[in-house]
Design a binder for this molecule. Structure first.
Ligand code: AMP
Ligand code: ZN
Ligand code: FE
Ligand code: FE
Length: 279
């Protein structure tokens, strides 16, 4: 049983269409279950579901919400919630608007350093996405020959503290856990011990989140080494939280280590999370 609970299509900053992603999940990665978790958007759900029905794979409808906790960026995965739940929709709109409205300031900073990219250049890469994120700006920089790949664009320019970094709105973490639960969904913290969020997501923080309704912790992720995975598994066991695993696939937007199925979720954990046995 092969279950991958965190992937991105071109409805956010992945490079596959939702249908291509589902086909790759079946034909290349041989997955039985795949979750589509685009950043702050559910616009890929319908297309992915139609392809999943054709291809005979279980699609989990998900999202990865950009949140903040104690000043650090934290990504929160949501699964099988009502996509029309008004308070949640309003919060996602704020995040997407924040991402879009930051674009001119980033382009101005780049221009100060002789890197000339227009909003139209970026739109060529964010056309199908719910908002223009830094990865799309990176794609435009690659296309114009300023950098070799997304990584170089982030490391040289776009990363927090970089020469062209501009902050944007992120949803408050604890309240967003509550929103997902109120919308009938499940909430799982994505790659909690990635750089930055490892400083604030302590055992005490997870206890607080569990109280707010958190269901699980994404443990098996490429950003976590073995000691991190052991530490997170211990916290999850202590608090009775589910543990998940995923690839965080972005198509060609991330390197091959992030291929579909690179990390998997245990079927028993999946059944605990979504209340459903996969046969
Ligand atoms: P934004 O939400 O627009 O601020 O962009 C952040 C997103 O960029 C993250 O959610 C990642 O998916 C992506 N990202 C961060 N660092 C890198 C990197 N070095 N290479 C490619 N994508 C990245
Ligand atoms: Zn991404
Ligand atoms: Fe993430
Ligand atoms: Fe992700």
């Amino acid at each position: 049983m092969r279950i991958d609970l965190h992937t991105h299509s071109n409805r956010s900053d992945g490079t596959d269409t939702p249908s291509e992603l589902v086909r790759h999940a079946v034909e290349v990665a041989r997955l039985d279950v795949v979750a589509l978790t685009d950043h702050d958007a559910t616009t890929g759900w319908a297309e992915a579901q139609a392809e999943a029905d054709r291809a005979g794979i279980r699609l989990v409808r998900g999202i990865e919400i950009s949140t903040r906790y104690r000043g650090e960026s934290v990504h929160l995965l949501g699964y099988e919630f009502d996509p029309d739940h008004e308070p949640l929709v309003a919060e996602l709109r704020r995040v997407l608007d924040g991402r879009d409205s930051r674009l001119p300031a980033v382009l101005a900073r780049l221009a100060e350093h002789g890197i000339v990219i227009t909003a139209e250049d970026v739109a060529a890469y964010s056309g199908d996405a719910a908002a223009s994120g830094r990865p799309h700006i990176a794609d435009a920089m690659v296309a114009k020959g300023y950098v070799a790949d997304r990584d170089e664009a982030f490391n040289g320019w776009l990363n927090a503290g970089g020469k062209a970094y501009v902050d944007r709105y992120a949803a408050p973490l604890v309240e967003t856990v509550r929103l997902l639960k109120a919308a009938g969904g499940k909430a799982v913290v994505a790659h909690p011990w990635s750089r930055g969020s490892d400083r604030v997501l302590t055992a005490e923080a997870f206890a607080l989140l569990a109280e707010a309704g958190l269901d699980g912790i994404e443990v098996d992720h490429n950003d976590h080494d073995e000691p991190a995975r052991r530490g997170l598994r211990a916290i999850a066991a202590d608090l009775g939280l589910v543990t998940t695993g995923s690839s965080d696939y972005h198509g060609t937007g991330k390197n091959a280590a992030f291929c579909l199925g690179a990390n998997l979720t245990d079927p028993e954990q999946f059944a605990r999370l979504l209340g459903e046995e996969i046969l």
